[in-house]
Design a binder for this molecule. Structure first.
Ligand SMILES: Cc1cc2nc3c(=O)[nH]c(=O)nc-3n(C[C@H](O)[C@H](O)[C@H](O)COP(=O)(O)OP(=O)(O)OC[C@H]3O[C@@H](n4cnc5c(N)ncnc54)[C@H](O)[C@@H]3O)c2cc1C
Length: 337
């Protein structure tokens, strides 16, 4: 048996490690675009108050995974899947340009969603979706700190990630203005009373919150970055945090069924019987995405058990909860997930 896993987030790594413990002889190859190891994505939004974050965020080095006999091909991208030949095409510094598989596990996660009107301005703003994104933001910020200054950030989007990033930047001493399209923060996850509590906490930490703001465009005017609504305001930097989008392109090119994510049945099996998908990339029945750590970990463990013949009942999510990592904020009511 030869298993190829795409992606080194919690979905891919948890699956590969669990499968290895259940089946010492199976060949497992994990291919990832990442260079720095398996890291905690939730900790990205604590990337400004934790000075050692670029090291402490790493949960496991790729060499450590290799010691468990998982063949990690890092810094490389899967660029194509041929479901008939059961091969994947690889673009990267590694010698292999194609790999064959008996089972293919798609754990490619999600990218930051950028609304179409913002796309022509992508060079003008940051997104916070990967360790590379965090490093870019920290690198931008460092010269300000070296001069004993702090940049002023516009954070576009008052959802979970926008609020977390704004909170951490403010806690690290930066000036922050949030632009949110709706009339309350995190309206998808929180009841109105908790949105009001969150607003109060953010404001108390120095964050300026602008609600009911339809951002129209961005501009670079002589080195100052502008956010344009009905009025134009200048900032040192802009972060767009307007949601996420499962990575479906490869699956779609391969002819697999995709919708919001890569469509899978309750056995996490795609429309090809030897290809499975899990984590942020996967869409279950009723268009449901499970883009949180706890259900993804459960999917990964379940799939390893299932493919080694230890689990026959379909995957079902256990009840889970999450918390916004906003300094000083506790919701009174459960999150809507
Ligand atoms: C800032 C932030 C804060 C968050 N906070 C929380 C939280 O507090 N609690 C919580 O439950 N969830 C949180 N989440 C969501 C959670 O982190 C994700 O649901 C989870 O990490 C997704 O795991 P994954 O393994 O499916 O995908 P990912 O972690 O995205 O991993 C996918 C991997 O696939 C690789 N890849 C993609 N395409 C290819 C390709 N073609 N070839 C090779 N490799 C490829 C990528 O490089 C990446 O390494 C947060 C997310 C973010 C961005």
């Amino acid at each position: 048996m030869n298993i190829v896993v795409v992606g080194s987030g919690i979905a891919g790594v948890t699956f590969a490690e669990k499968y290895r413990t259940l089946s010492p002889d199976t060949e497992i190859t994990l291919i990832t675009q990442e260079h720095d190891g398996y890291y905690s994505r939730p900790l990205l939004s604590r990337g400004f108050t934790k000075t050692d974050i670029e090291q402490s965020i790493i949960l496991k080095s790729f060499d450590k995974l290799r010691e468990s006999n998982i063949d990690v091909i890092a810094g490389s991208e899967i660029t194509g899947i041929d479901c008939k030949q059961k091969t994947v095409a690889i673009d990267g510094p590694c010698q292999e340009k194609f790999l064959t598989y008996d089972k293919l596990i798609l754990a490619q996660g999600s990218e930051a969603f950028v609304p179409p009107p913002f796309r022509p301005f992508e060079k003008l703003f940051f997104k916070l979706n990967s360790l590379a994104d965090l490093k870019a933001m920290r690198k931008f910020r460092q010269p300000f700190l070296n001069r004993n200054q702090h940049p002023h950030w516009a954070v576009v989007g008052g959802g979970l990630i926008g609020c977390e990033v704004a909170s951490d930047l403010a806690a690290a001493g930066d000036k922050v203005t949030i632009y949110h399209m709706m009339d309350r923060l995190m309206e998808r996850q929180l009841v109105p009373e908790d949105s009001a509590g969150l607003l109060a906490v953010l404001q108390a930490s120095g964050v300026e919150v602008l609600l009911n703001q339809a951002v129209q465009s961005f501009a670079d005017e002589g080195g100052k970055l502008c956010v344009k609504t009905d009025v134009t305001a200048e900032y040192d930097a802009i972060v767009v945090a307007t949601g996420f989008k499962p990575r479906t392109g490869l699956a779609q090119q391969a002819g697999l069924d995709v919708g919001r994510g890569i469509k899978v049945n309750a056995y996490l099996q795609t429309s090809d019987e030897d290809v499975f998908a899990l984590g942020d990339a996967a869409e279950l029945s009723e268009s449901k995405l499970y883009a949180y750590i706890l259900p993804i970990r459960s999917q990964a463990l379940w799939l390893a058990n299932h493919l080694t013949g230890q689990e026959q009942t379909p995957w079902a999510p256990a009840l889970f909860s999450t918390k916004a990592k906003v300094h000083g904020f506790e919701a009174k009511y459960p999150y809507n997930l």
